[in-house]
Design a protein around this ligand. Structure first.
Ligand code: AMP
Length: 421
């Protein structure tokens, strides 16, 4: 019988393939948020399909081509979440968090997201993000705060070879004027059927088209920058001023519109130069109209999502290895049945005292058991045979120096605790 493999575009995280590094990445990407007043939120991995078609945008690739929809059950049409923002806004409105008084509502999340994309390096059908959303405040300092926190997060992992791209998409005053001008321009170009349709529904997204023949034609496209209203211009300048004051380098990216429809004003993306085509390690922006699009009140908000998978690849590209503590500090090896009973009890005591301890299971020769002790990365091995037990001791072997000393059984837990493993 043939065995099963993980579905296309997905992969397993295993202790042998850096699952601990992924955990550390999630931890470090979220640490700056936890220090900045963001509370943890967890929403379902599936939602009403319409939340995404309305929230992310009917004309986006994410909704038209990449949604994982589930078989219809009764009246419910459900889809696996392709991103986090729509769900977090939905949850905020549902629980009326915005009415509790403390605006902005600041939330962070960590989880898996699903897009039916063509899999390639750095692009998966299930991927992992750490995200942040700050809902209910229109304040350039909030946009700047989030960008700074993302930059701090990447830096805390040792990443350096990336750039921050910043753009403003305008608001409901100035964007329609720009949209019309862009549309008029796009109608003069030679574009395929799909792209022409996109130009009619959402012309800004055509700017995001990566194809060479489209990009060439866009060289003279009207620039949103020239159409920004006074309010948007001032807002954008303030964000940039605050970033500069915080020592954050950024580049102007007039064509950065990103793949989701809900963005207004500030948009940004972190791109890493060691990743090839899938270079975005994170991105986000302001979405002042999303709450209303989902039937809620006006709730100007800003947020980002950082890609955990690509952060891992970026760290690999920069040759960064995190210094992670060994998962096992002490490894116990019993020689004989009686010794096994005694050590088993001690292992439980050690674990309860907070010392990460493992034990050789099954019937193993001392040689094999010591090999396991070595592989576990433990700092100390505990070895006990019948003779040791008769003397009321176990042998404590320092795995670095190779030195072995007898320790009285009763003194074992305090002795190892003292070493602060
Ligand atoms: P987006 O919502 O598309 O802006 O995604 C935010 C971040 O998630 C991106 O910058 C990527 O780092 C990551 N990401 C998005 N889609 C994928 C994917 N299919 N595979 C891996 N990472 C992804």
């Amino acid at each position: 019988m043939s065995t099963f493999t993980a579905p296309k575009g997905t992969y397993d995280l295993l202790p042998t393939t850096n699952s601990a590094v992924y955990q550390a990445i999630r931890d470090r990407l979220s640490a700056p948020l936890r220090r900045a007043g963001y509370g943890y939120v967890e929403t379902p991995v599936f939602e009403d399909l319409k939340l995404f078609s309305r929230g992310v945008g009917e004309s986006t690739d994410i909704v038209t081509k990449e949604m994982f929809t589930l078989a219809k059950r009764g009246d419910e049409e459900l889809a696996l979440r392709p991103e986090g923002t729509a769900s977090v806004v939905r949850a905020t409105l549902q629980a009326s968090l915005h009415k509790l008084g403390n605006l902005p509502v600041k939330l962070w999340y960590s989880g898996n997201f699903y897009r039916y994309e063509r899999p390639q390096a750095g692009r998966y059908r299930q991927f992992s993000q750490v995200g942040a959303e700050a809902l209910g405040a229109e304040d350039p300092a909030l946009d700047a705060e989030l960008i700074i926190l993302a930059d701090d997060a990447f830096r805390s992992l040792g990443l350096r070879n990336y750039a921050l791209l910043v753009n403003s998409l305008g608001d409901k005053q100035c964007r329609p004027v720009y949209r019309a001008a862009l549309q008029e321009f796009l109608r003069t170009l030679v574009l395929d059927e799909d792209t022409r349709r996109r130009a009619e529904i959402n012309p800004l997204r055509v700017l995001d088209d990566k194809r060479e023949n489209v990009q060439v034609q866009l060289a003279d496209a009207p620039r949103l920058r020239d159409y920004l209203c006074e309010d948007c211009k001032a807002y954008d300048e303030k964000v940039r001023e605050l970033l500069t004051a915080a020592g954050i380098a950024f580049e102007d990216a007039p064509n950065l519109v990103r793949g989701l429809d809900y963005y207004t004003r500030t948009t940004f993306e972190f791109v890493h130069n060691g990743l090839g085509a899938q270079s975005a390690i994170g991105g986000g922006g302001r979405y002042d109209g999303l709450s209303e699009m989902l039937g809620g009140p006006a709730l100007p908000s800003v947020g980002w999502g950082l890609g955990v998978d690509r952060t891992f690849l970026a760290m690999e590209a920069e040759g960064i290895a995190l210094d992670l503590p060994a998962t096992t500090s002490v490894y116990a090896v019993a020689l004989g049945e009686e010794a096994k009973n005694v050590l088993f009890t001690k292992v439980t005591e050690l674990r309860r005292a907070g010392v990460a301890t493992d034990l050789a299971f099954g019937v193993k020769s001392i040689k094999n058991a010591m090999k396991s002790a070595n592989r576990s990365g433990a700092r100390f091995a505990l070895i006990a045979g019948d003779r040791d037990l008769a003397e009321g001791v176990v042998q404590l072997k320092d795995m670095e120096s190779g030195e072995q000393t007898p320790v009285a059984l009763e003194a074992l837990v305090p002795t190892l605790k003292e070493k602060q493993l």
